[in-house]
Design a protein around this ligand. Structure first.
Ligand code: AHG
Ligand code: MN
Ligand code: MN
Length: 370
């Protein structure tokens, strides 16, 4: 037994690998074998990306050309490497008829020489990539949709499906350990990459988000751009025991949505990248198709809630491939509370509150000193 192994070989052989899990799910639910094959390709891609990310500065980036992507963000070499791995690995399996990636302006077609299938794969190849240089957890987010009847060469419009039509969603984490979190619409399951046998292994079956929490995550540097309901909510949390909530809250901000959502799956919490006025052309920071929708499906499948503040995220009808959306997700009691604050604000109810933090006394009078 390796000095790094915590269990005997006998126990290891009885473990459920990701491959075994998706095959058993197919048998249990009668799902399409092609979906199993696609998820198998996704896990292989994630292993390659995990390896590239874990090598850090040792990984060769020779010949990798970076650009400003369609979001107007400067790509890192690993954004491009991860994108190419996903495209190459998943195009060849005969399960897809098209892909959409954060890093590509238009859908990527499946080359003529490969068999075509009925699924669409939408992904963020590296989420949180601003964290790469500082060696903090990043990940890959993916979403599986069905192409419409008879569609063999999908156009952008074929990908514009609300999250409630996702067949599967998941994310890989490249952190202290590498993981895949997956939902096929029957709960959420976490798999840890066992590098000794080269397999993701089921370590976190049926993950459930605690309904209550005393921890929230938001980029507080945007505070001056927030809407009053979000300011009201955060103000109450920050005031802790002596404020209206009567309890102390904790705050986290990793700047990698994958890491935030994983933390919430493990111990609960509230994650917010809400609507703000920073750039009037963008109703939020995160992208609907390959960040918000897959994470919303995972969070709901784990018993949490996911909303824009005004609408269930899974019901938002996309209008463009890279559309942004406000995101509030996590433990149900806190998401419900913040949703109520939005509704009260939209009804014009002037919820009085005193805020030493923001120096406002109501949800409407938001200027200092009023
Ligand atoms: P990406 O690296 O794919 O562009 O996504 C980063 C996202 C998300 O992971 C994170 O929650 C957020 O952007 C971080 O935003 P700030 O830079 O405002 O912290
Ligand atoms: Mn991202
Ligand atoms: Mn990204």
């Amino acid at each position: 037994m390796s000095p790094f192994s915590s269990v005997s070989n006998e126990t290891q052989s009885r473990r459920t690998t990701f491959s075994k899990f998706i095959i058993e799910e197919e048998a249990r639910t009668g799902s399409d074998p092609s979906l199993t094959a696609l998820l198998n390709d996704v896990q292989t891609a994630c292993k390659f990306i995990a390896l590239a990310v874990s090598r850090g500065a040792l990984h060769s980036t020779a010949g990798i050309g970076t650009d400003v992507n369609v979001q107007g963000e400067t790509q890192k070499p690993l954004d491009v490497i991860a994108n190419n791995i996903m495209l190459d690995e998943c195009a060849r399996g005969g399960t897809l008829c098209g892909m959409v990636s954060e890093e590509l302006p238009e859908p990527s077609p499946i080359p003529e020489s490969y068999r075509h299938g009925r699924y669409l794969l939408v992904f963020d190849p590296l989420d949180g990539s601003s964290n790469l240089d500082v060696n903090v957890t990043v990940g890959t987010i993916f979403s599986v949709l069905l192409a419409g009847e008879g569609v063999t060469e999908p156009e952008a419009a074929d990908f514009l499906q609300p999250g409630n039509r996702q067949i599967a969603a998941g994310f890989a984490l490249y952190g202290p350990s590498s993981m895949i979190v997956l939902t096929l619409g029957h709960g959420v399951h976490g798999f840890t990459l066992d590098r000794e046998i080269g397999a993701y292994t089921l370590t976190h079956p049926d993950m459930k988000i605690p309904t209550s929490t005393r921890e929230f995550a938001i980029n507080a540097s945007n505070e001056r751009f927030w809407e009053p309901p979000v300011r009201h909510y955060v103000d109450e949390c920050v005031r802790g025991k002596t404020g209206p909530r009567g309890e102390d809250f904790n705050m986290r901000w990793v700047a990698s949505m994958v890491a935030e959502v994983y933390r919430i799956l493990v111990r609960g919490g509230l994650f917010m990248y809400p609507r703000d006025t920073k750039d009037p052309g963008k109703p939020g920071r995160l992208r609907l198709l390959y960040e918000a929708s897959p994470m919303a499906m995972i969070v709901e499948q784990a018993g949490g809630l996911a909303t824009t503040g005004r609408e269930r995220l899974l019901d938002v009808e996309p209008t463009s491939l890279h559309q942004r959306v406000p995101v509030i997700l996590g433990s149900s009691e806190e998401v419900e509370r913040l949703t109520k604050y939005h509704a009260a604000y939209d009804r014009g109810e002037d919820l009085e509150f005193e805020s030493p933090l923001f120096n406002v006394r109501s949800m409407f009078r938001s200027t200092a000193g009023s």
